[in-house]
Structures are given as C-alpha cells and as structure tokens.
Design a protein around this ligand. Structure first.
Ligand SMILES: *[C@@H]1O[C@H](CO)[C@@H](O)[C@H](O)[C@H]1NC(C)=O
Ligand SMILES: *[C@@H]1O[C@H](CO)[C@@H](O)[C@H](O)[C@H]1NC(C)=O
Length: 213
C-alpha cells in the first residue's frame, strides 16, 4: 500500500493535462465577467437619453471621426411592439446637430439594427458596475470588414475614474485601443431638431457610432 496504482496515476496526469490546456486557453478571469453579454434585459431599461462618455473601435478612421464630434446623445424609446425599440443618435459638430434614427429588434441578448442590407449591425450590452451607465458592444459585419466597437454611455456627462478604468479593462479584453473620452463641457443637442424640418430626412445608415470617412 501507499503506492498509487498505475490507473490512478494516469487519471491524475489526464486531469492535470486538461487543467493546463484550459488554463492556457481561458481569457483572464476579469475578462469573463466583463465581456459576457447581459441577457434578459427589458428594453425599457434603456429608455430615455444617454450621453456618450467614451468609445473605442478597431478602425482608426472611425476613431478619428469620433474625436471630431463635440457630443453624442443616444435616445432609446419604446415602440408599439414589445420586441422592438427605436434608437436616435444625435451628433453635435459645433452648432450643427445630426439626427440618425433606427429601429432595433431585440432577441435574447442580441439587439439588431434595422439597416439597409449593405451591412449588419448587432448590439449587445455588457457588464458595468457603474449604476447609471450602459456599456454597448457593436458588431459590424460588412463586405469590407468585421469590427467590434465598445461604447460607455451614462445618464451623467462624465463618470468616476474607477468606472472609466473598468471600461478600459473591458477594452483590453477585446484588444481595443485607448478610448476617445468625450469632453463633458460640450453641450448636448436637443432631442428634436429645432426649426429645421429637413434635418429629419433619413441620411444613409452609418456603420458605427462614428461615421466612416
Ligand atoms: C415602455 O414599456 C415599459 C414596459 O412595457 C413600460 O413600463 C413603460 O412605461 C413604457 N414607456 C413608455 C414611454 O411608453
Ligand atoms: C421604424 O418602424 C416604424 C414602424 O414599423 C416605421 O413606421 C418607421 O418608419 C421605422 N423607422 C425607421 C427609421 O426605419
């Protein structure tokens, strides 16, 4: 006795091998929590207006386009059908406001933008410990590229340093660059265009929060 049987040694080796394989493949533990899409979200959770606080994407011309915006507001609202919501994004460039409207359908943890068939745009919400924030992941697939964008939105114009650090950690999990952090002193645009009915004309659908150049 005291000598392990050959079978138990084999079993220990197999378990060790599987363990090593798993450890080498798993993302850092912090990422598992940060990248997991939230499901069972009621669309009305997002209702109302949000300010874009920070964003990052793996396409440098779009990062530059994001930097050129003074502010970005996002409105989610109910529609008559439970599984759809409407999304309005308002970009400020100096004293100009650009209104972009989309319908979004919700299925499980995936929110799909109703855009022209030129590309597909899916949105997911990720974990955040900031109580009045949401973190959105956009996955864009077009004939030219597949990209991932991450955006931190809040009911506030700027968030605590630790909340921004958590977002930075999320970006690292996706190997995305340092975020563009919006200037909280720049004014947001009003929810509805003022005295400019032509602004409601639908511009061509854009592939990301930041328009391509
Ligand atoms: C949106 O829908 C939710 C759930 O059905 C409801 O509680 C909320 O009052 C609705 N909001 C508006 C503005 O209709
Ligand atoms: C959203 O859906 C509604 C109802 O189907 C439709 O009337 C509206 O034109 C759509 N809006 C956009 C921007 O596609």
């Amino acid at each position: 006795m005291g000598k392990p049987s050959r079978n138990s040694l084999v079993a220990v080796c197999a378990v060790t091998l599987i363990y090593l394989m798993c450890v080498s493949q798993a993302a850092p533990p912090v990422c598992e929590r940060l990248v997991h899409p939230l499901d069972q979200l009621a669309p009305h959770h997002f209702e109302g207006s949000w300010a874009l606080v920070a964003g990052s994407l793996n396409h440098s011309p779009s990062m530059e386009a994001l930097r050129r915006r003074d502010s970005i507001t996002m409105y989610f609202s109910n529609s008559s059908e439970a599984s759809t919501l409407s999304y309005t994004q308002i970009n400020r460039f100096g004293d100009q406001c650009q209104y972009l409207r989309y319908n979004i359908s919700a299925e499980g943890s995936t929110f799909t933008f109703d855009v022209q068939s030129r590309f597909s745009l899916s949105m997911y919400f990720l974990h955040t410990s900031c109580p009045d924030c949401v973190v959105m992941k956009w996955v864009v697939k077009s004939s030219r590229r597949i990209s991932t964008d991450l955006y931190l939105l809040s009911r506030r114009r700027e968030v605590e340093q630790k909340e921004l650090e958590e977002f930075r950690a999320q970006l690292k999990c996706y190997q995305l660059p340092e975020p563009v952090v919006m200037d909280p002193t720049k004014e947001l645009c009003p929810e509805q265009p003022e005295n400019q009915p032509t602004a409601a004309a639908a511009p061509q659908a854009e592939e990301t929060v930041a328009q391509k150049t």
